[in-house]
Design a protein around this ligand. Structure first.
Ligand SMILES: O=c1ccn([C@H]2C[C@H](O)[C@@H](COP(=O)(O)OP(=O)(O)OP(=O)(O)O)O2)c(=O)[nH]1
Length: 151
């Protein structure tokens, strides 16, 4: 793992007992994120909440982190991330937060230290936008949004 990117993680005060993000298996893509809330948080059907994780990051400029849902919570309870995938910019130094929404039919209670989402790091290519007055032709052209049919 010597070629691994180094990402700095800083626990924010009051979260000493909250586990740092963790891969639950060796080759998992995502680090599971734990809810750093004081009291249990009830999400009624349709409710959303910004849930703190208790840490902040500093990562190399070539990376971003994506906050993605956990499929088990989505399947069993309709709990997902509203802005999926959430984007953590390399220059963001605030607390990483998870925007949860309850798409289920029952209230869902988030407990302190519950694993609520996962964080996947991605390479972000360096891009320079170049303004032009015309674009090259392609077979697809401007076709989209199901123009080849949906069945
Ligand atoms: O799920 C998320 C999404 C974002 N953020 C933080 C990190 C990110 O770098 C910052 C800004 O996010 P984004 O660019 O998506 O928000 P915006 O609505 O465009 O706000 P801003 O004007 O602050 O960029 O908020 C989170 O902690 N969790």
């Amino acid at each position: 793992m010597s070629d691994a990117f180094q990402v700095q993680i800083m626990r924010l005060p009051g979260n000493e007992d909250i586990p740092l993000p963790q891969k639950m298996s060796e080759l998992a893509s995502g680090f599971d994120l734990y809810a750093a809330i004081g009291e249990p948080l009830t999400l009624a059907p349709g409710d959303r909440a910004l849930v703190p994780t208790g840490f902040a990051l500093a990562m190399p400029g070539a990376l971003e982190a994506q906050i993605r849902p956990r499929s088990g919570l989505a399947f069993k309870h309709g709990i997902t991330t509203l802005n999926s995938p959430g984007t953590i910019d390399a220059d963001y130094r605030g607390e990483v937060k998870v925007l949860l929404i309850n798409h289920g039919r029952e209230p869902f209670v988030v407990q302190r230290k519950e694993r609520i989402a996962q964080m996947v790091f991605q390479l972000v290519p360096s891009i320079r936008l170049l303004e032009v007055s015309s674009l090259d032709d392609t077979e697809r052209g401007a076709g989209g949004f199901g123009h080849t049919g949906t069945k």
